[in-house]
Design a protein around this ligand. Sequence first.
Ligand code: SF4
Ligand code: SF4
Length: 340
Amino acid sequence: MAMQRWRALSRVILMLLVTAHLTTWYALGVHIVGSIGIEALFAGLSRGVINAGFIFWMLVFASAMLLGRAFCGWFCWFGGYQELVAWSIGDRFKIKMPRGVLLYLGAIPFVGLGVKIYYTWIVNWLDGMPTSFSFNLANVEPWGGQQTGVSILITLVLYGPVLMYVFGRRAWCRHLCPIGALLKIFSLVRPAKVRLISDDCLGCGRCTRICDMEIDVSGEIQRYGEVRSTNCNVCLKCIDQCPNDVIAFTFRPSDIAMSPEAAVRAERQTAKRRKLSAFDIVIALLWIGLVLTFSFAGLRQNAPQAIKALMTPGLLLVFYGLALITRKVWYKFSALKQAM
Ligand code: SF4
Ligand code: SF4
């Protein structure tokens, strides 16, 4: 549990830094370091300014190339908020999603990332790319968005307990976060991973069950000897939970394998996760249906910011729902063709 205390401490330090940053900017009028949000990076790139966001995100990208999505697990305040929600309402409300649906939902953040990059970066480049870069840490205001108190509240409720109720722990990080999508790309080359360091693994699956990112930890360890999923946010809960201390977060590749008995147990659990449940599918369809109703009710254009906050993730889910149905129909059609 020691690691989890360090993670909690990192979040507390982060919140203190954010408070100090906003206080100096707004209360004291000291404008030295501006926004470190991802929008500040894109604004810097489109206007040719190396600002605080630019420097901050270059450091985060470098960390992702070394350690994976450690930023998500250790420093992201919204990730911390979701863990707080999970801790306060527990797993009682979790509806298990079928693995196929989860895999499919994994592409949503990339759609979100594409939309974000287009509107905050590429659109400006269409008017002319910057020919040189200047240095100004404070060129983007830290809290310069159009959020209102109500839109923030809706965002917190929707992306916290509601999303968790439907899709499980850290649902935003797994299915919607565009920054997570970006870090996933950088983390493809990471040398540091959770790896098997001893052949005493029991195949018990405790590591899989504790993983907030819904990674099939024991299954990946059985197949590759390491966790390869780019969803791993280096929370290290699996390591804390392992009864035999056979996994570690390390830079050193290992060729240790599970015993055949443990491998059979791990495989069995992987197979269980792949099972589809009619209940899960009904919940997913209800969610998508609700979103479709919202999206086509003509509300979007004139909607206040609060309603838009509710609808944006919904639209992304609609894309996914449609793609999912298309894929299912395609498979059915291919199976029918083979049978004929
Ligand atoms: S790595 Fe540890 S927790 Fe995971 S299956 Fe093996 S013994 Fe169990
Ligand atoms: S695999 Fe382990 S370290 Fe990675 S997210 Fe899951 S529990 Fe955390």
